[in-house]
Ligand binder design. Structure first.
Ligand code: ADP
Length: 249
């Protein structure tokens, strides 16, 4: 039997900042179409790991392969984004004075040449993509509202939608439910599961264990720049070392 091709493959990765080993022999494999939750205490290296994948930080050592064979260590941030790796940072950054629909249109055209400033007409393909994304992020009825008028949770979904509009192969999402209500948190889990069912590979960094449990996916716990434990949320949260460094208070 052949193994599933991996969307992301990190092997023996090291990053140090002035001699401090932020990432210390990190290895991680994500199958194509998988969704993975990354947990770990502050300083575990979660952000640095995302920075390595997006090319913001270059490893001192180790392999980082995308989609089977593309060596990400040789590419810059723009080239990596163009390969289809989308990243959502913790704080929502939407264009507050534009409508939801125009935010999506802007996202769709982010790497296109400007096509006139006065009338920016949607092509049929763009209109179809926007409809699909609006439905996924549950904002179809709010499409004409200004993004600035949305709730914090809805802004997070809009930003996820802006990434989806670009049809990424791999979506990196950093603490999406921070500051959300319980209802929004639940809806975000549903939204990410739907995106994953739609064949997107997803990495979610998150502290909220209720949310991680609801995602129902494999969990990787990082500590001191390496993998401390991997498995289901039940396996990981029952792991003695994880309890010690992360869950134990
Ligand atoms: P997490 O996201 O899990 O909280 P980070 O990846 O932000 O962890 O940080 C891992 C470690 O690396 C921390 O100890 C942090 O202080 C350190 N670190 C991160 N970025 C830098 C940097 N640019 N310079 C120096 N140290 C850094």
């Amino acid at each position: 039997t052949r193994s599933t091709p991996s969307m992301l493959y990190l092997d023996g990765v090291h990053v140090s900042f002035d001699g401090f080993h932020a990432i210390n022999n990190l290895s991680l494999t994500l199958a194509t179409g998988e969704m993975r939750a990354i947990i770990g205490p502050n300083g575990a290296g979660k952000t640095t790991m995302m920075d390595i994948i997006t090319g913001k930080t270059k490893p001192d050592q180790g392999e980082v392969l995308f989609d089977g064979s593309v060596d990400l260590t040789k590419l810059d941030e723009t080239q990596i984004a163009e390969l289809g790796i989308g990243r959502k940072f913790q704080k929502p950054t939407v264009f507050e004075s534009q409508t939801i629909e125009d935010n999506l249109l802007l996202a769709l055209n982010v790497d296109h040449r400007v096509r006139g400033t006065l009338f920016w007409r949607q092509s049929k393909a763009e209109a179809a993509t926007i409809e699909r994304v609006l439905e996924t992020i549950r904002l179809t009825d709010a499409r004409d509202r200004l993004a600035g008028s949305l709730s914090h949770g809805q802004k997070q979904w809009l930003e996820i939608g802006m990434l989806l509009a670009q049809d990424p192969k791999l979506l990196l999402v950093d603490e999406p439910v921070a500051g959300m209500t319980d209802v929004e948190t639940h809806q975000t889990a549903e939204l990410l599961k739907e995106i994953n069912r739609d064949h997107k590979t997803v990495v979610v960094v998150e502290h909220d264990m209720t949310f991680v449990r609801e995602l129902g996916v494999k969990v990787t716990c990082l500590h001191e720049g390496t993998v401390l434990a991997e498995g289901t949320i039940d396996q990981v949260s029952a792991n003695d070392r994880v309890v010690e460094v992360y869950l134990g208070r």
